[in-house]
Design a protein around this ligand. Structure first.
Ligand code: FMN
Length: 288
């Protein structure tokens, strides 16, 4: 199974927090169901298979009257994607990887989404999910048709996270060692791939991804520069590992889009890395 997202889809996606309040058409729900099926057969970076469920408004109106709380952050959604994962970092990376495939697939259908790692009432979403102390709901994702007019809350959340800007290349991407920046001009086929990492969503828009490209352009190593005392980590798992999964989704789906073969490998080069950074995964492409 392979997903290739057009760069247009990645670069135009924005978090949507105000939806039109209507259920999705049956065709859309069927399509989302089939995407969920395809995603279940993806190979994830660490080989784990987190659970992803869909709760749609129609079935909720009939069966489950309970409100699913988002502290007023989200309004008028047609449903939610809910994930359940072990708390281990590698499982969280895989959850981020799969959910971002859904986010981008929905964006391609004109359906809005918003990653929620913090501002949702976890107990509301438990339902009949198989939960125990080793499991968490790392994120839920509301979805629906965006409403033309947004609310004050949309602006507040965007402003708080600084959602309209992204870090420069020189802060994110490096060549061979962390003391040497990777310029766009010298990035070759990685230019477009890494640009799509840069534009991705991240928890509180911290953009913790750091990528170190090998001298011969063959291996890109992904690290996460962990935000010190990050509030998002108070839920019992490392929220920024979701961001790592998002980056790996963008890298691999862009390589698929460019028809470049690759492998995800554990090839930590064991370099001196900035304090607070952790190695996650490498992506090796075939030499052409
Ligand atoms: C893992 C993760 C968790 C997030 N959690 C929340 C959240 O709890 N509440 C919220 O309003 N936005 C949340 N966001 C959305 C980010 O604030 C948003 O993606 C970022 O500011 C960039 O804005 P954009 O998505 O519009 O490009 C989260 C995003 C990610 C990737």
């Amino acid at each position: 199974m392979m997903f290739a997202f057009n760069p247009e889809i990645i670069s135009h996606r924005r978090s949507v927090r105000t939806y039109d309040g209507r259920p999705l058409d049956d065709e859309d729900l069927t399509e989302i169901g089939s995407i969920l099926g395809r995603i279940a057969s993806l190979s994830t970076p660490f080989g784990n298979a987190p659970l992803i469920r869909i709760i749609d408004k129609k079935s909720r109106d009939i069966g489950q009257a309970k409100r699913l709380g988002t502290y007023g952050v989200i309004k008028g959604e047609s449903g939610f994607l809910v994930s359940v994962s072990p708390v281990h970092d590698h499982d969280i990376v895989d959850t981020g990887f799969l959910l971002e495939h859904l986010v981008l697939s929905l964006a391609g259908m004109g359906i809005g989404t918003c990653w929620l790692g913090g501002t949702f009432k976890r107990q509301d979403f438990l339902g009949d999910l198989p939960m125990d102390d080793s499991l968490v709901i790392p994120a839920v994702i509301p979805f629906g048709r965006p409403k033309d007019r947004t609310r004050v809350m949309d602006g507040v959340m965007r402003k708080m996270a600084g959602s309209d800007s992204r870090k420069e290349w020189s802060e994110l991407f490096f060549r061979d060692e962390f003391s040497s920046v990777l310029t766009r001009e010298s990035a070759g086929i990685w230019e477009e791939v890494l640009e799509m990492v840069r534009l991705g969503p991240s928890a509180s828009n911290k953009q913790p991804w750091r990528v170190l490209l090998s001298d011969d352009d063959r291996i890109a190593h992904l690290y996460i520069q962990q935000t010190p005392r990050y509030a998002g980590n108070s839920f019992g798992y490392n929220m920024q590992m979701l961001d790592a999964g998002i980056a790996l989704c963008h890298v691999t789906s862009m390589l698929n889009h460019l028809s470049v073969s690759y492998q995800m490998t554990d090839s930590d080069p064991g370099l001196d890395i900035p304090e607070g950074a952790v190695y996650v995964k490498s992506i090796e492409i075939e030499k052409r």
